[in-house]
Every structure is written in structure tokens, then in C-alpha cells.
Write a protein that binds this ligand. Structure first.
Ligand code: SAM
Length: 589
């Protein structure tokens, strides 16, 4: 007899006590006619209600590796309101270690941090998971995908009616590809009627073990076939935005080409020696904040896979040095509901303990934050990608099916109405001293100082909208170091030895949020820009989303986040407010 973990919350088992894996095969695999259904298809998308331990995913993944076409891709999208920790999953799956051992290890390596929202991870070069850690009723209306088959695996409807609502069934219909199948362990009348009302044809089939019946069926509606698309893509710009797009497209089996006016990658804003990464903090959960949270989880997962990016996971303290921050961070903790071990507010004493130097205020602590070398990251993203040294004047000069504009403020050369602007930022590298060598994590206080690496700290950054040159200025060094002295009392009287400095122009947008996705009114043109000071985090998730949009894969961001990123928002806003959008020659109503 195999083990069966029980949910205390729902008073129900995650899978059959007799043999969970055999149940998965009977109900979900055979109930959906797998592997026959994925024979000859280039991409197969499974949607699941209730990830639990991931057992269903693991069984489907293994079968896919054994039976699907060599180049076919599997996307598995699953909702989970109460994600289990990796240790609990490992424990629960112990009985299946013989059959699934290696798959379990690889799944848990890719398993994301347990923060709400959309997570995109890959467990192999052709198997992708979109895990959505939220209540399904909130989350499923936010999904954009064409699903080929459904595993309906919430706890039993009698104990968990929230998993079997009309919202779920109606959205399943919205998301189903033509002929999409479903299978579920339950034969409850309400489930049958709900699915029928939403447009599914429903049949009873023999249940597993002691269960007499279960339900299987298919969606009756038609939908445009979502063919996998592998176009030639040209990316203009070899900084973080462009190289991360190349990376995401490469993972989907495409061969993008990067064009840059400089010889080499990361010559502009992405060329700083170190870049600190954090989500962007905001009090409420919005499309924007969800994007940054999801993007933060994505970088954590991906950075681990690169060898040579100077990843320094020392954690970050964000000193709470204003009333506004006190309010924002406390409200944020309530709304974002991240587990304590991902983000918490610590008092001055605990902050000092973490920092290794005296911090006289409370602080927000992110254990899993750190820094990377952005230029090395660009090279890691672009590994194996063709890079052409060319200044592009006109998009007609490029021979490609699709163009991604990722050239910072220069995107305006091609889309003049995008409301972007450059913001100069200078960083100051200082020599590690007897005092500063005690600093064990990165500190943010309006400016920031990194923990020392190779005997140097990086102190940043100026923020100058009014300057557009990249000369290194002495007064900017003074500004950076004064800000540090003013905000971190341990350094109040410190003398610093300046080693070097670098200034770059970051691109920002009118509403200070990145612009990523399809460019309205232009055929086959996408954009990724305005990543401003959070570019290490936002560029990769933007790239992933663009790769999803280009290839027709399930979207790795919620519909809300996609809209927040889309260039269309500026047109919509201009129409709503009756404003002019400079440079826009389309109709504003
Ligand atoms: N498929 C899983 C496996 O392979 O281990 C078993 C799923 S278990 C029977 C049902 C899952 O649904 C639980 O993990 C539970 O936390 C989740 N769940 C319950 N209610 C939910 C809701 N309203 N939204 C999202 N997930 C929910």
C-alpha cells in the first residue's frame, strides 16, 4: 500500500490511499486518452485544477518524454491556492521514488518560491510549467492559453465546492482548444451539470479503486487552432531587454538574431559592474506588483542555472527611513501575503544582526535577494545567439518575420509615440574598509550599497532626468556617498576611497512601468523597454511573456499584468483622458 498525504485544511487526501500513481494513470492519463492525444502535435497544453504534490504532472511529464515526438513541447498549467513546500512534496512522493525519482528531483529543483501569482519554470528544454499560486476563482479568469486537456483534481466537491464553480467551468470553456478533453475522479451531479452548462459533453466512466464512476468528456465549441509558431525573430538591442528575449525565444526552439549598434553586448545601461535585484515594492496587489513578484521568482529560478554571472545571494535590507515607507511596507506585507522566509519586517536589532553593522531603524528583509553582473548576465542570456553589429535606421533593413525593439530609449526611433525618457544614473565603486567589510548583505535606503565583492562595494545611484550624458562626475560620487552617510549611521563619519565610477542612461516610461509586448498598429513588431532601475528583474519576465506571445504558448503573466505592460495602455489612457499622445498618428477617438 502506498502513502496518501492528507490535507488538514480540507480533510481530504491528495491522492488515493491505494496507489496514487495508478489512480493518476487511470483517471487523468487514460481518461484524457494520453498519450494518443499528443501524437503528432508540436505543442500540448495540459491544464490542471490543484497542483498538490505535482504527482499528476510528474506522471504526465514522464509519459510525454517516453512517447511524444522528439521536438514536441509540453506545457502544464496548474492552479494551487495552498502550495506545499518542497520538503513536504518530497516526503509525499517518497512512495513513487522508484518510478519517478529523477523526475521528482528535477521538478523540485525548478519548483518556485511560494509567493502568490504566476510562476513560469522549465524542467527540461521542452517541458514548461505555469504554476499559479492563487485561488482558482481569482486566477483562472486571468489565464490566457489554449488548453488541450484538463485534469480536474480539486478535493472532492462535497468538501471543497470552491474548486468546482461555474467560474471555473466557464473559464475552462474559454481556454479550451477545439475538442479539448477533460477527466476527473468525481462523478458528482453538480460537476456534471456545471461542465455541461459551460459547453462540455460529459460521460461517466469506470472510477479508480473503490470509486464506481468518474467523469470524462470534451469541449464542444470550436476555436482557431493555436499552431506553434517558429518565426525568424530579429531583436534590436543587446542589453538586458534584448538578450533576455533571445534567451526566452531560444528556449522555445527559435533562433533569434540580435542587432546592436555597438560592437559587443551590454554597452549601455546594462553595463554596470553589479546590479542589485529586488521586486518593486508597492502597497497593493495590482497587475504591476504581480508582474514584479512573478519576475522576481523567475530570476531566482534562472540565475541559479548560470555559472558565470557573479551571482551574490547575500540578501537585502530595505531600511524603513520614512513614514511613507513604514505605511507602504506594512500594507504591502498584508496584501502580498509572501511567506515570512521570503519577505519580512525586522526591527533595528535584528536588522543589525543580519547586516553585520549597526542599523538604527527597522527594515524590510528579503533573504533571497542579491546581485549579479548585468553585462555577464547579458552574455549568459545570449550564449549561442548570433549577434550582428549594425546600426538599424529603418525596420525595412531587417529581414525577419518578427522584430523585437529592445533598444532602450532608441525604441522611439521606430515608435515615436512611446512615452519613454532617459534617466541618468551614476554608481560609485569604493574600496572595502575595516568598517565596511562587516557588511554582510545589500542595503537599500533610497540609495544602496552592496556587500563587498572582490574588495569593493558598489554605491548607487544618482537619478538625473535632466542629464543625458554618461561622463562620470565627481559631484555625483559625492551625492552617492553623502546619501550613504546620511542614511546609515554606521557610515556617518566614514571616509571612503573611490575606486571607479560608471554612468549610464536607463530608460523609463511616463508611468514608470516597463513597456513590453506587441506594438499596437504595427504588424509583427514587439517592444521591451523602460525597465528603469529594476531591469534585471523585469527584463526576463517581459522577455518570457513576449516569447509566449510570439509562439502562442500559454502566457506566463496574468491578463492584468499583460495589460499593465502593454504599449496599448498609453493609447487607452490618452483616449480616456482626452489627451494628446505626442507622435501618435492613429485615431484617439
Ligand atoms: N493534483 C494533485 C497531485 O497530483 O498531487 C492533487 C491535488 S489535491 C486533490 C487538490 C489541490 O487543490 C490541493 O493541493 C489544494 O490545496 C488545491 N485547492 C483547493 N482549493 C483550491 C482553490 N480554491 N484554488 C486553488 N487550489 C485549490
Amino acid at each position: 500500500m502506498k502513502g496518501a498525504p492528507v490535507s488538514k485544511h480540507f480533510d481530504d487526501v491528495y491522492f488515493s490511499a491505494d496507489n496514487g500513481l495508478a489512480e493518476t494513470h487511470h483517471v487523468f492519463i487514460e481518461g484524457n486518452a494520453l498519450p494518443t492525444a499528443w501524437q503528432g502535435v508540436e505543442r500540448f497544453v495540459i491544464g490542471e485544477t490543484g497542483l498538490g504534490t505535482g504527482l499528476n504532472f510528474l506522471a504526465a511529464w514522464k509519459l510525454f518524454e517516453e512517447t511524444a515526438d522528439q521536438n514536441a513541447q509540453l506545457h502544464f498549467v496548474s492552479f494551487e491556492k495552498f502550495p506545499l513546500g518542497a520538503d513536504d512534496i518530497r516526503q509525499a512522493l517518497m512512495p513513487f521514488a522508484d518510478e519517478l525519482g529523477d523526475y521528482i528531483d528535477r521538478f523540485l529543483e525548478a519548483y518556485p518560491i511560494l509567493i502568490p501569482g504566476f510562476h513560469r519554470v522549465s524542467v527540461s528544454d521542452r517541458v514548461f510549467l505555469t504554476l499559479i499560486f492563487d485561488d482558482i476563482n481569482e486566477a483562472i479568469p486571468q489565464l490566457d492559453a489554449a488548453v488541450d486537456c484538463w485534469f480536474l483534481d480539486g478535493f472532492t466537491p462535497a468538501k471543497n465546492p470552491e474548486m468546482w464553480t461555474d467560474t471555473v467551468f466557464e473559464n475552462m470553456a474559454r481556454l479550451s482548444a477545439s475538442g479539448a478533453s477533460f477527466a476527473t475522479f468525481t462523478a458528482a451531479g453538480d460537476v456534471k451539470r456545471g461542465l455541461q452548462a459551460a459547453g462540455f459533453e460529459v460521460q461517466k466512466a469506470d472510477g479508480y479503486g473503490r470509486k464506481r464512476d468518474m467523469l470524462i468528456g470534451a469541449y464542444k465549441g470550436e476555436r482557431e487552432p493555436q499552431k506553434i509558431s517558429k518565426p525568424n525573430v530579429a531583436i534590436i538591442g543587446g542589453g538586458l531587454a534584448g538578450t533576455s528575449c533571445a534567451y526566452a525565444l531560444k528556449r522555445y526552439g527559435l533562433s533569434p538574431v540580435i542587432y546592436d549598434r555597438h560592437q559587443g553586448l551590454a554597452q549601455e545601461a546594462s553595463g554596470n559592474p553589479a546590479g542589485l535585484f529586488n521586486p518593486r515594492f508597492s502597497a497593493f496587489r495590482t497587475g504591476e506588483s504581480d508582474f514584479y513578484a512573478s519576475a522576481f521568482a523567475q530570476v531566482l529560478q534562472n540565475f541559479d542555472q548560470f555559472d558565470d554571472i557573479d551571482l551574490n545571494m547575500v540578501g537585502a535590507l530595505h531600511v524603513i527611513n520614512s513614514d511613507e515607507k513604514t505605511k507602504r511596507f506594512h500594507t504591502m506585507l498584508e496584501n502580498w501575503i509572501w511567506p515570512d522566509d521570503e519577505m519580512q519586517i525586522v526591527d533595528a536589532e535584528a536588522a543589525s544582526e543580519i547586516a553585520g553593522i549597526t542599523i538604527d531603524k527597522s527594515a524590510l528583509y528579503l533573504k533571497r535577494s542579491g546581485s549579479v553582473n548585468p553585462a555577464k548576465l547579458c552574455h549568459a542570456y545570449a550564449e549561442g545567439v548570433e549577434v550582428v553589429h549594425k546600426d538599424i535606421d529603418s525596420l525595412n533593413d531587417i529581414d525577419a518575420d518578427i522584430i523585437v525593439l529592445a533598444s532602450g530609449s532608441a525604441v522611439k526611433d521606430f515608435v515615436p509615440w512611446l512615452p519613454t525618457h532617459a534617466v541618468r544614473g551614476q554608481v560609485t565603486s569604493i574600496k572595502e574598509s575595516d568598517l565596511s567589510e562587516n557588511l554582510k548583505c545589500n542595503l537599500h535606503y533610497g540609495g544602496y550599497i552592496s556587500a563587498a565583492r572582490d574588495g569593493e562595494h558598489m554605491v548607487g545611484s544618482t537619478f538625473q532626468k535632466w542629464l543625458s550624458h554618461t561622463d562620470v562626475l565627481d559631484e555625483d560620487h559625492t551625492d552617492n556617498l553623502d546619501r550613504l552617510r546620511e542614511n546609515v549611521s554606521a557610515f556617518a563619519d566614514a571616509d571612503f576611497e573611490i575606486r571607479s565610477g560608471r554612468a549610464g542612461l536607463r530608460t523609463s516610461s511616463k508611468d514608470r512601468f516597463p513597456i513590453a509586448g506587441k506594438v499596437p498598429n504595427m504588424e509583427n513588431v514587439y517592444v521591451s523597454t523602460a525597465h528603469a532601475s529594476h531591469g534585471i528583474v523585469s527584463s526576463l519576465a517581459s522577455a518570457q511573456m513576449i516569447a509566449d506571445q510570439i509562439t502562442g504558448a500559454p502566457f506566463s503573466q496574468s491578463i492584468k499584468s499583460q495589460k499593465s505592460l502593454s504599449a496599448q495602455r498609453f493609447i487607452d489612457r490618452a483616449i480616456r483622458k482626452g489627451e494628446v499622445l505626442d507622435g501618435y498618428d492613429g485615431n484617439l477617438g
